[in-house]
Design a protein around this ligand. Structure first.
Ligand code: PRX
Length: 561
C-alpha cells in the first residue's frame, strides 16, 4: 500500500481562522498580508513591538502572556509585565553599549527570562542569537565566534560552559539573576528602535552535511509570514492556551514558541525540565492547553507509554501540530483514536523562517503527507537540471523565491547562501519529496548526509571533527542510523590510531568526550571500530552513504535472523 492509499482524516467542523484554503490561496498576495500588524498602519517596524508592546497599546495589557511551569514552580505574566520586563532588559543592554546590529547571545534554559532576553535584544535593534541550553563549551564558542558576539545573557550555572577567554569579541556577560534582581525603572523611555525590513533580527546556527554549523540570519520582514502562519496554521484565537515544546535555541522554539504565538496575542506556555509523559499530560490538563505544537519523537514516546494518558483529562486540546521529522501515520491514527484530535504535520526549515508546507485544521489530512503549500508559497519538485517533474515523481523539494520568511543571509558565507539558489528563481531545500495531483507533498528523505535525530538537525562534520580530536581516533565517519522512536540516532564509525585497542571503556570515553565538549544530542549513541573506512578513490573522502548503506543492510540481516 502506498502512502497515498492510507485512510484520509477529514476535518472536524469548526470556526477556523482560514475557512477556505483553496479560495484564499488563489487570491493571496504577500503585499496585502499582515493586516492587524501596526507597521502596516504606521510604517514603523520592529518584531518586539508587534509581538508584545502593540497588545498593551491595544488595551490587552492585562491579558496573560505566559505561564511558566517547572516542577512545582508556577509563574504567570501579563502582556504589560512582559513589556515592562523587555524594557528593563533593553535599558540594561543599552547601558552596556549595545547598538543596532550588534550580536547579543542568549544562553538560558527554557524560562521566561530566555524569551524576554531575546525580545529585548530585538527591541533595541540588536541581532538576537539564542543558544540551545544543552550546548557545551565548543558548541557555544564556535557559534559566538562565527558572528562576533558582543554580549551574552546567561545565568550563573550555564556560564560555566562559556569559554569567555576564547571569544575575543565578547565584551560583556550579564546574568539573568542580576538583571531580575535590579528594580524596574519606569523611565517612560521608548526603547524600541524602528527597523528596516531588511535589518537583521535573529541568528540561528544550523547544520548541513559539510562544514561547521552556519549562522542563518533573519530580518525583521519575517514578521508578516510568522504572523499569518500563526493565525492560519496554529489557528490561534483569543482564548487559546498555546504550548510549543521546543527550546528557543531551535528555530521552532523561537518562531513558533515565541514570535508567531505572541504576534497573535496567545497565552504561551513555557515548560522547564525534561521530557516525561506524566508531566506533559499533567501540564496540558492543569493549564487547559488548547493548541499543542511538538515533534514526532515526542509523540512516539507518548504513544509508547500506552494508557498513561487515560489518567489525565486532555479534553482541552483542540489542535495539535508536528514538525521537524517525518510524522508516521500510526501516530496520527493514535492521536485521532485516543484524543479525537488530528495531528497536523508542517514542513519548513531554519532557513525558510516560517511554515511553507502545512496541514490546515479545516482541510483533509492525508497521513504520510506534510500537507500543501501555505498561501503565497509555490512548491516545485525539481530534477537535476532544475526542471519541474511530473506529479508523483520524487525530486528535489524547492520553493519559488522570494517570500517574507526567507533568510537574509548565511553569516559571512556567501557561497553557502548562494548554494541554496542554484536554479534561477528557486530555493532548494535539500529534501527529496513528491507532490500528488491535489498538491499534497510527501517527504522521502534528505538529499545529503544531514542527520535528523528526534527532530534535531545534526551535521556529521561537526561530530566527526570533534571525534578526531580524541587521541585514540585516526578517522571518523558519522551517519544517521534509522531508529524507531528517534527517527535516526547518531552512529560513528572510527579507525583507531596505532597503539589503541577497542574496548567498551574506550568507546564510552569517546562518547563522553563528544558529549562534554559539544552536546549530549551530538554524542554518538553507537560507535563501531573498523580497520578502514570506505572512501572515494580520487579524493579519498569518507563515503558516509556507503557507511549508511552497510548499516541499513546489516540491520535488515539482524532483523531477519
Ligand atoms: O529534512 C527536513 C526536516 O528538517 C529539516 C529542517 O531542519 P531545521 O532547520 O532544524 O528545522 C526544523 C523545524 C523547522 C528539513 O530540511 N523536516 C522538517 N519538517 C519536517 C521534516 N521532515 C519531514 N517532515 C516534516 N514535517
Amino acid at each position: 500500500m502506498t502512502l497515498n492509499q492510507l485512510k484520509i482524516i477529514e476535518p472536524v467542523a469548526g470556526d477556523y481562522n482560514l475557512p477556505d484554503y483553496s479560495e484564499v490561496r488563489k487570491n493571496f498576495k504577500w503585499e496585502d498580508a499582515g493586516e492587524g500588524l501596526s507597521f502596516k498602519e504606521t510604517g514603523l517596524l520592529n518584531m518586539a513591538h508587534e509581538a508584545i508592546d502593540r497588545h498593551v497599546e491595544d488595551g490587552y495589557g492585562q491579558k496573560t502572556a505566559l505561564h511558566y511551569v517547572n516542577g512545582d514552580e508556577r509563574i504567570s505574566y501579563t502582556f504589560k509585565e512582559v513589556k515592562e520586563k523587555t524594557d528593563h532588559y533593553a535599558r540594561i543592554l543599552k547601558e552596556n553599549g549595545i547598538e543596532k546590529g550588534d550580536r547579543v547571545f542568549i544562553f538560558l534554559p527554557k524560562t521566561p527570562e530566555c524569551y524576554i532576553a531575546i525580545l529585548s535584544a530585538i527591541k533595541i535593534g540588536a541581532i538576537a542569537g539564542p543558544l540551545f541550553e544543552a550546548f557545551m563549551e565548543d558548541a557555544v564558542r564556535d557559534r559566538m565566534n562565527d558572528c562576533g558576539a558582543k554580549l551574552l545573557i546567561t545565568d550563573k550555572e550555564m556560564v560555566k560552559r562559556v569559554p569567555e577567554a576564547d571569544i575575543p569579541t565578547l565584551e560583556t556577560v550579564l546574568f539573568a539573576e542580576d538583571i531580575e534582581a535590579e528594580p524596574f525603572i519606569d523611565d517612560g523611555k521608548a526603547y524600541t528602535e524602528w527597523m528596516d525590513d531588511e535589518d537583521g533580527m535573529l541568528i540561528h546556527y544550523t547544520s548541513g552535511s559539510t562544514g561547521k554549523p552556519k549562522g542563518v540570519l533573519h530580518a525583521h520582514r519575517v514578521v508578516t509570514h510568522q504572523y499569518e502562519s500563526g493565525k492560519w496554521v496554529l489557528d490561534i484565537k483569543d482564548d487559546d492556551v498555546y504550548w510549543c515544546t521546543s527550546h528557543p535555541g531551535w528555530v521552532t522554539g523561537s518562531v513558533y514558541g515565541l514570535f508567531a504565538p505572541w504576534l497573535n496575542r496567545a497565552t504561551v506556555v513555557i515548560q522547564g525540565g525534561r521530557f516525561k509523559a506524566e508531566h506533559w499530560y499533567k501540564l496540558i490538563a492543569e493549564l487547559g492547553v488548547t493548541i499543542w505544537y511538538s515533534a514526532p519523537t515526542a509523540f512516539r514516546m507518548l504513544l509508547s507509554q500506552g494508557d498513561v494518558l487515560k489518567d489525565y483529562d486532555l479534553s482541552s486540546l483542540r489542535h495539535i501540530l508536528s514538525v521537524g521529522e517525518p510524522l508516521n501515520p500510526e501516530v496520527i491514527y493514535w492521536a485521532w483514536d485516543e484524543l479525537g484530535v488530528r495531528i497536523h504535520d508542517t514542513w519548513w526549515m531554519t532557513e525558510t523562517g516560517a511554515h511553507l508546507v502545512v496541514n490546515l485544521p479545516g482541510e483533509k489530512i492525508k497521513p504520510g503527507s506534510m500537507g500543501r503549500p501555505f498561501p503565497g508559497v509555490e512548491v516545485g519538485i525539481l530534477d537535476e537540471a532544475g526542471a519541474v517533474v511530473p506529479r508523483g515523481t520524487v525530486g528535489q523539494l524547492a520553493v519559488k523565491t522570494p517570500w517574507p520568511g526567507l533568510m537574509k543571509e548565511i553569516w559571512g558565507n556567501k557561497d553557502k547562501f548562494d548554494s541554496y539558489f542554484k536554479y534561477e528563481g528557486w530555493y532548494v531545500s535539500g529534501d527529496l519529496a513528491y507532490q500528488d495531483e491535489e498538491d499534497y507533498v510527501f517527504f522521502q528523505s534528505r538529499d545529503d548526509d544531514m542527520i535528523n535525530s528526534s527532530g534535531e538537525r545534526i551535521g556529521p562534520f561537526e561530530v566527526e571533527s570533534k571525534l578526531i580530536e580524541h587521541p585514540a581516533i585516526q578517522e571518523a565517519g558519522v551517519i544517521g542510523k534509522p531508529h524507531e522512536v528517534r527517527g535516526e540516532i547518531v552512529k560513528a564509525f572510527i579507525v583507531l590510531r596505532e597503539g589503541y585497542a577497542a574496548s567498551p571503556e574506550l568507546l564510552e570515553e569517546i562518547r563522553v568526550f563528544v558529549r562534554n565538549n559539544l552536546a549530549a544530542h551530538l554524542a554518538p549513541k553507537e560507535i563501531e571500530v573498523m580497520d578502514e573506512l570506505p572512501k572515494t578513490t580520487i579524493s579519498g573522502k569518507i563515503l558516509r552513504r556507503e557507511l549508511k548503506r552497510m548499516e541499513i543492510e546489516k540491520s535488515a540481516v539482524d532483523q531477519n535472523a
